[in-house]
Design a protein around this ligand. Structure first.
Ligand SMILES: Cc1cc2nc3c(=O)[nH]c(=O)nc-3n(C[C@H](O)[C@H](O)[C@H](O)COP(=O)(O)OP(=O)(O)OC[C@H]3O[C@@H](n4cnc5c(N)ncnc54)[C@H](O)[C@@H]3O)c2cc1C
Length: 291
């Protein structure tokens, strides 16, 4: 039986899973925390609750419902997504192969305030080490981030770059930094260069000469994951068609990560739509194989 991996245990991810598991497909959700909904203290515009309900209660209810229906829930952080004949989801701890993947990781509501970060996008600023490491071979590069995701990106760059420095931008590293990777914890104020990035400027007035800065703040966001596998994005939104399908066969996206109305009702609808479309996609594949 084909299997589905859903990245994200918010309303979009859980809603997808309710459909795929009830259709008999092995369904796994990988989520790392309670996402945007966990921050919502009182919700009173979602159907079916006479009194306001907390986001946390909605999450817990959704997760219990999914578990009861047979969905496997894994608490882990996804750091990579690629395709090697099959879709492959990489977490901090393990790699998972899937017949279909749904990205339901919500959206980032925070952007670092570093001068030059936006301006140099594509000219030294990258959001995907596996996609762009090739362009920086033999050069000094930096990774902006402080956690597991930053280390994952740094390790992708290490074999081909002259040097890799993790820039934690004033934070303490959250994980042990493997040997071979340098660390600079000073706050970053700007990225500078002429046509392309040439150096990072720190708040203390020092600078670091680099040809590229790879952004890997916090956890791998939806657009970063989509980019890794080559799916089309528009800014920080994943581009989907009316069936929540991305430009990669078997890869779907739902919820805040597709943009538009950032509300629970829309996340639940898109999850339901992605779930029903994944079912059709997998059933078609199975029919083709047995024909
Ligand atoms: C303060 C606040 C108040 C709000 N109030 C309301 C309201 O009153 N009404 C309303 O309708 N909406 C409200 N919203 C919006 C609502 O919470 C979102 O629209 C909704 O939660 C989107 O669902 P989602 O499943 O797309 O994303 P999210 O709920 O953000 O879930 C994303 C999931 O992805 C997981 N994830 C992300 N990255 C990774 C990774 N790399 N690896 C593994 N897992 C990952 C997270 O752990 C999380 O489980 C509010 C939002 C906020 C922040």
């Amino acid at each position: 039986m084909a299997n589905i991996i859903i990245i994200g245990n918010g309303p979009a991810g859980v809603s997808t899973a309710l459909y795929t598991t009830r259709a008999g497909f092995n369904t796994t959700i990988i989520g790392k925390d309670s996402g945007a909904l966990g921050k919502a203290k009182e919700i009173e515009n979602y159907y079916g609750f006479e009194a306001p309900i907390s986001g946390q209660s909605l999450i817990e209810g959704g997760i219990s419902q999914a578990k009861r229906l047979g969905v496997e829930l894994i608490s882990d952080e996804v750091v990579g997504l690629n395709y090697n004949g099959k879709l492959m989801v990489q977490t901090k701890n393990q790699d998972y192969v899937a017949d279909s993947v749904v990205i339901a990781t919500g959206t980032s509501r925070m952007a670092p305030k570093i001068k030059g970060l936006k301006e140099y996008e594509g000219n030294g600023v990258s959001y995907c080490a596996v996609c762009d490491a090739f362009f920086y071979r033999g050069k000094d590069v930096a990774v902006l981030g402080e956690g597991e995701y930053a280390v994952h990106e740094a390790m992708e760059l290490l074999p081909t770059s002259k040097s890799v420095t993790i820039l934690t931008n004033g934070k303490e590293p959250l994980v042990t930094i493997p040997s071979g990777i340098r660390v600079n914890t000073a706050p970053v104020t700007a990225l500078e260069g002429t046509q392309v990035i040439e150096k990072v400027i720190f708040k203390d007035g020092t600078s670091l000469a680099v040809a590229g800065v790879f952004v890997a703040l916090g956890v791998a966001g939806s657009s970063a994951l989509a980019k890794k596998i080559g799916a089309e994005i528009d800014g920080n939104k994943i581009v989907v068609d009316e069936n929540m399908a991305t430009s990669i066969p078997g890869l779907y996206a739902a919820g805040d990560c597709t943009g538009g109305l950032l509300q629970i009702a829309k996340a639940v609808y898109e999850g339901a739509k992605a779930g029903t479309e994944v079912i059709k996609y997998l059933r078609n594949n199975e029919e083709e194989k047995s024909a």
